[in-house]
Design a binder for this molecule. Structure first.
Ligand SMILES: [Zn+2]
Ligand SMILES: [Zn+2]
Length: 111
């Protein structure tokens, strides 16, 4: 880590000489300003990878997707169970055809 603690509790960035008010700020400055590899989270399983390259490799390996795919694919939100049940009932009603009125062949006993 390129930070040097200063006697007054502040830290100095050794890369650019900037002085930060405390260590946390110093770390954040160093990470945002001087570390190209930021931790990246997997959008699918929320795994935190050490950098974007690792995250992309993880995506490919574990989920079979590329970052480009991730950008384009907008996942539809899962249907709540009640709504899904209604849709299924609707699909069922649509696929079951009502019997035609003449389906029962007339027999002698009908007359
Ligand atoms: Zn710096
Ligand atoms: Zn993942």
């Amino acid at each position: 880590m390129g930070l040097a603690p200063l006697p007054d509790g502040k830290v100095a960035c050794l890369k650019c000489g900037k002085t930060l008010s405390n260590e946390a700020n110093g770390k954040r400055h160093y990470a945002t300003a001087h570390q190209p590899n930021q931790p990246e989270k997997c959008k699918i399983c929320q795994k935190l990878c050490k950098n974007r390259q690792a995250r992309d490799a993880h995506l490919r390996k574990f989920h079979g997707v590329t970052p480009a795919m991730m950008k384009n694919v907008i996942k539809p939100p899962p249907l709540p169970p009640a709504r899904r049940a209604i849709l299924e009932a609707y699909e069922e009603a649509r696929t079951v055809k009502p019997l035609p009125p003449s389906s029962r062949p007339p027999t002698d006993s009908d007359y």
